[in-house]
Design a protein around this ligand. Structure first.
Ligand code: NAD
Length: 251
């Protein structure tokens, strides 16, 4: 499929995991793609790479401007850079709350703000935000992370309303637990990584983790010119975690 032929895309957090899989898939489907990441080491052709910290407005504006100059315009922004946090409301101090909100929520605002003037010039403009099942389901020990993703969900709807008449579509994907380096780090830090992995797999009705490629496929679907009537939606890519209620196996 070459639905992105002639189009350009920018993927934040595109050096690893879901962002990397998305950048590679958009390129396979014909787009010219630039990655914006805190650490773009290891990102090579055909992807273009720009170093930026989404917590720093000047750094984001400079990287977006440089990427757009190299790409010759911008049709698709994938707002994907994000970090995790664990704990109940009693566990994370104010500094950590501000830090994670700054990356996961304000970071998306900064890149969108820098990209919008360029997206307005596109005939197929689309923004896709990486949200999470944590925005729509209560998960234990994820108070701060869930609050940021709930904000991303609301932000997606508000942005979709603000920009629909400019021809810019805004949607988000809500992955379940996805098998990325992030989850690898989480498992490595667990007392019993095998038991932790089994628990995460069992939490999803599909009985397995979501792959980065499956999330990338959903992001590409939402970003594609073939989805021109789709805006203001949250697409679950979670093995049924949000919507299904199974009985125990065999019953
Ligand atoms: N892995 C999961 O289970 C899962 C589930 C739901 C949602 N998500 C979301 O998917 C997105 C990607 O997660 P992943 O699992 O691929 O993680 P990952 O850690 O593999 O990749 C995240 C990338 O973001 C970059 N990044 C982090 N902070 C940044 C900053 N301040 N500025 C610029 N780049 C920065 C990192 O360098 C890294 O390349 C995140 O928004 C995350 O919340 C992940």
């Amino acid at each position: 499929m070459h639905d992105f032929e002639g189009l350009t895309a920018l993927v934040t957090g595109g050096a690893s995991g879901i962002g990397r899989a998305t950048a590679e898939l958009l390129a396979e489907r014909g787009a010219t793609v630039a990655v914006l990441d805190l650490d773009p080491t290891g990102v090579g052709a055909p992807l273009l790479a720009h170093r930026a910290d989404v917590r720093d407005d000047a750094s984001v504006r400079a990287a977006v401007a440089a990427a757009v100059a190299e790409l010759g315009g911008l049709d698709v922004l994938v707002n994907n850079a994000g970090i995790g946090a664990q704990g109940t409301v009693e566990d994370n101090d104010d500094a950590e709350w501000h830090h994670v909100l700054d990356v996961n929520v304000v970071g998306m605002v900064r890149t969108a703000r820098a990209a919008l003037p360029h997206l307005r010039a596109s005939a197929h403009a689309a923004i896709v935000n990486t949200c999470s099942v944590a925005a729509t389901a209560g998960l234990p020990r994820r108070a701060l992370y869930s609050a940021t993703k709930g904000a991303v969900h609301a932000l997606t709807l508000a942005m979709a309303a603000d920009h629909v008449r400019e021809g810019i579509r805004v949607n988000c994907v809500n992955p379940g637990t996805a098998d990325t380096p992030w989850i690898g780090r989480l498992l490595d830090a667990a007392d019993d990584p095998a038991a932790e992995r089994a628990a995460l797999e069992a939490r999803q009705p599909s009985g397995r983790l979501v792959s980065a490629a499956e999330v990338a496929g959903a992001i590409a679907y939402l970003a594609s010119p073939l989805s021109g009537a789709t805006t203001g939606t949250a697409l679950a890519v979670d093995g049924g975690m949000q919507g299904l209620r199974l009985r125990p196996a065999g019953s």
